[in-house]
Design a protein around this ligand. Structure first.
Ligand SMILES: *Cc1c(COP(=O)(O)O)cnc(C)c1O
Ligand SMILES: [Zn+2]
Length: 482
């Protein structure tokens, strides 16, 4: 049974958050043709899924977790809740999803004074959560290529680094009919993130400026020319990213009481998917309670924080001008998905009650030190994962955490992608606008045991013996008893 491909097929439609109009999902739209608003995708047959009781859905998904069928091993384990219109043959699976939740080390738990765990989404194939959405977008794209017999498709995206890495990877795998073009802000992605699309063979274009500028360019292209836009305006990506909340729920045996989910907010696609996913589970009685959510933003890119910091009646969304941030993947002043967040927060609060959604703001210093602290305790958090830990500390200070609540932090990418920021901290080489002053206790650097010059004076292998002796001295080693 766990190897059977699901029979259910939904009826998906785009729902415009600007004007409320609906459009059938047999075509690729990014924004509303009427008002340019952003879309969410909804299954008009969703209520049919309620005929199956919640505990039965739990059994179905638990059973499916054993599958060896490629199409169901990743995000499509939750097929009926993701994109139940794609056929098995179109599903692209590269090992995305199913990332581990790692409890914090006992020492870190003690320091923070709160039970916490990291969900390591950096253990996805291109080393960030973006693969979840890309797997869905490419599966849908493949189904369109088959349906319309397209000769070739050009995919394009603007990126703070990880979207392009994921897009290029999936395009490279999905085959010769798909060609990937990515647009990056020159000098504003890490060396690792630049290497990824280059290695996957994508056409990499750069412009001076920041992500928000790149976004305007690809919007112009997508609005006027035949290209497939893979930014999170593409609502199919949101659907794939909903696998993240589904996996959290499943890991905790569908019981999310006492759990608080921390997530960094950049373009706000991920937090959109987080809320949308949990709401689906709640509506189908797969979970009995919505978990609390805490979004985290740097003071250098905090439009969503600013919005929710206002009293309800006074709230007005104002894009901000960003300053350099070590949480570079979230360095966005005008999040594309903000209308989605706004709509979903209202629904989340309506069902979950007041206080289920909060946004906290953190400083750059706290973000980088959050990452260093986590990784010194055996985690593999990127700077955005560090931002989550900083957010947890802030939330505690603000009285937002109960003593026994479990904080689940999103390490949205692998630490290695953002390792340059660690290096800048260790070398105290941050440009002033980052506002980061390294602390001695966090700094680490290699220590040279013996120099090249000293080696010259030691013939043959003698220098290794000398090096050994020096290390004995440095470490104060005591002799082995025989
Ligand atoms: C994209 C990204 C974010 C921000 O996610 P949004 O969906 O844009 O809010 C955070 N961390 C990493 C590593 C990312 O790649
Ligand atoms: Zn519209």
């Amino acid at each position: 049974m766990h190897d059977k491909f699901p029979e259910y097929r939904g009826q998906l439609q785009y729902f415009c958050l600007g004007c409320g109009k609906k459009f059938p999902a047999d075509e690729l739209y990014y924004t509303c043709p009427e008002c340019k608003g952003v879309f969410l995708l909804e299954d008009t047959k969703f209520d049919q899924l309620k005929q199956i009781p919640g505990h039965k859905w739990q059994e179905i998904f638990d059973e499916r977790a054993r599958t060896k069928k490629n199409a169901l091993r990743g995000i499509f384990r939750y097929y009926e809740l993701i994109a139940p219109v794609v056929e098995e043959q179109d599903i692209v699976y590269l090992g995305e999803g199913n990332t581990p939740i790692i409890e914090s080390s006992p020492a870190l738990t003690k320091i923070i004074g709160q039970p916490l765990a990291y969900k390591n989404d950096g253990q996805n194939p291109s080393a960030s959560f973006k693969d979840r959405g890309m797997a869905c977008a490419f599966s849908y794209l493949k189904s369109l290529i088959r349906k319309y017999n397209w000769e070739h498709v050009l995919t394009i995206c603007a990126s703070t680094g990880d979207t392009s890495a994921a897009a290029a990877l999936y395009a490279a795998y999905a085959g010769d009919k798909i060609k990937s073009v990515v647009l990056l802000p020159q000098g504003k992605v890490t060396a690792q993130q630049l290497a990824q699309p280059l290695g996957s063979g994508a056409l990499v274009l750069e412009i001076p400026g920041v992500f928000d500028d790149c976004m305007k360019v690809v919007e112009y292209l997508a609005d006027n020319f035949r290209v497939a836009l893979l930014n999170s305006k593409n609502a199919w990506r949101i659907l794939g990213q909903e696998s993240y909340p589904f996996e959290i729920a499943q890991w905790y045996d569908w019981d999310l009481r006492g759990k608080v989910i921390f997530m960094p907010i950049g373009n706000a696609g991920n937090i959109t998917a987080l809320m949308s996913g949990f709401l689906k589970l709640k509506k189908l009685n797969i979970i009995s309670e919505l978990p609390r959510i805490v979004g985290v933003q740097s003071s250098h890119a905090d439009p969503v924080f600013k919005y929710y910091a206002e009293e309800k009646e006074k709230r007005q969304f104002v894009p901000v001008k960003v300053s350099p941030s070590v949480a570079q993947a979230a360095m966005i002043g005008n999040p594309v998905s903000f209308p989605r967040v706004k709509a979903l927060v209202s629904e989340y609060e309506r069902i979950g009650g007041p206080g289920v959604f909060n946004v906290v703001q953190v400083e750059e210093q706290e973000i980088i030190e959050g990452m260093l602290l986590a990784n010194r305790h055996g985690h593999i958090a990127c700077t955005q994962g560090g931002e989550c830990l900083a957010g947890l500390i802030r939330a505690k200070e603000a009285g937002l955490m109960e003593k026994d609540e479990l904080a689940i932090l999103d390490a949205t990418a692998h630490s290695l992608k953002f390792i340059g920021f660690q290096q800048m901290y260790f070398e105290d080489s941050f440009p002033p606008d980052y506002e980061i002053k390294p602390k001695k206790e966090f700094i680490n650097a290699p220590r040279l045991v013996l120099s090249e010059d000293e080696k010259k004076d030691l013939p043959g292998q003698e220098f290794t013996l000398e090096a050994g002796k020096r290390i004995v001295e440095m470490l104060g080693l005591s002799k082995k008893e025989i």
